[in-house]
Design a protein around this ligand. Structure first.
Ligand code: X2X
Length: 342
């Protein structure tokens, strides 16, 4: 019945658009679509995924039902396998971080080039401009349909040992990093002792002291209550930010009518816009409520001067150069130009 309803809806949509034939022949719809995320609803990321699912159910009048699977549970928590599972159709949809997909899509490493993006406007200049379009084209060639850019955010560094003000302070510190080689390179260049692990493994590792520190956006730090696993020192250095991408497996996408595709896209754009606003709330000069909350939990926050920040930039400039070549010199040049013009 659902299939029939979808087909009829498609015919009406096509007629409304002036086509003489249906734009797509609907394949059978699934009873439920599986949407993967790393973080759950307590975080902007998981909230955005749920919002997308709810908006799709509402807009398609129940023709498309989506269930959110946080903790990348569809790939047993191994977030670096999410993109491959998405391509293979083990996952139907995702709101995924550029970091977690960068092992498979090397251009996505752009966002993790240390100190490329100085502020939120710089992120927007990339995601909403020609660079973002290029990335969507590249993803489109890899069995997925990207629809909208969300945000995890600027990744600030924390630890259980001492305030970090200079690269020297990071010397020998055991740092949990995500499973992307660029992060290893950056922390090695800073003299730290980085180790890769999934988010699921990261929290126990902090609690037991197996690692001293980590890096994640403030919204993640706060919602995950990282102060309760010994993270007492936080440094605002804004060295990289990870955007999120709202995406659908291509076969799934092609099974939907043109009308439903348009509704899913519309829902993704709306959910993503709201999600970005949440990811940015309370962490800037005009609105620092979230930062205040973190400090009230007993975390000491180090705010770097421009000169202090520059010392970290210098220490990682070799990594930037090396990885700019891997990302693609042209793409990096475009990104630098668009950030300068923002
Ligand atoms: O694992 C992380 O640090 C997280 C949650 O930020 C990502 O998935 C990139």
């Amino acid at each position: 019945k659902r299939r029939f309803t979808a087909l009829i809806a498609g015919l009406f949509a096509s007629a409304a658009l002036g086509f003489s034939l249906p734009a797509t022949a609907a394949a059978p719809y699934k009873d439920e679509y599986k949407l993967s995320t790393v973080l759950g609803e307590a975080f902007p990321w998981g909230w955005g995924a749920k919002r997308w699912a709810d908006l799709v159910a509402e807009k398609t009048e129940g023709r498309i039902k989506i269930k959110v699977y946080p903790g990348t549970s569809l790939v047993s928590g191994d977030q670096t396998k999410e993109f491959t599972a998405l391509r293979q159709g083990i996952i139907d949809m995702a709101v995924g971080s550029t970091i977690n997909w960068s092992p498979q899509v090397r251009e996505l490493n752009l966002f993790a080039l240390p100190f490329l993006m100085p502020d939120h406007k710089a992120i927007d200049a990339l995601t909403q401009g020609r660079v973002g379009k290029k990335m969507f084209d590249l993803l489109g060639e890899r069995d997925v349909v990207p629809l909208a850019w969300g945000e995890n955010g600027f990744r600030e560094v924390s630890n259980s040992k001492k305030p970090i003000r200079t690269p020297e302070d990071l010397k020998g510190m055991k740092m949990r990093v995500v499973g992307s080689p660029l992060f290893l390179a950056t922390f090695n260049a800073l003299g730290a002792n980085p180790t890769q692990m999934s988010w699921a493994d990261a929290q126990p590792a902090m609690a037991t002291g197996a690692v001293d520190g980590q890096e994640n956006p403030l919204a993640v730090f706060n919602a995950a209550k990282l102060h309760t696993v010994g993270q007492k020192h936080l440094t605002l250095w804004g060295y990289v930010a990870d955007p999120l991408i709202f995406v659908v497996n291509k076969n799934v996408w092609n099974s939907w009518t043109a009308q439903d595709q348009a509704l899913v896209r519309e829902a993704a754009l709306q959910a993503a816009k709201e999600e970005v606003a949440r990811a940015r709330a309370g962490i800037s000069a005009g609105d620092d409520a979230l930062l205040k909350e973190i400090e009230a939990n007993g975390v000491s926050v180090v705010r770097l001067s421009d000169a202090e920040r520059d010392a970290f930039r210098k220490a990682t400039s070799g990594v930037y150069k090396e990885w700019a070549d891997r990302v693609g010199a042209d793409l990096v040049k475009q990104a630098e130009e668009d950030i300068a013009k923002r």
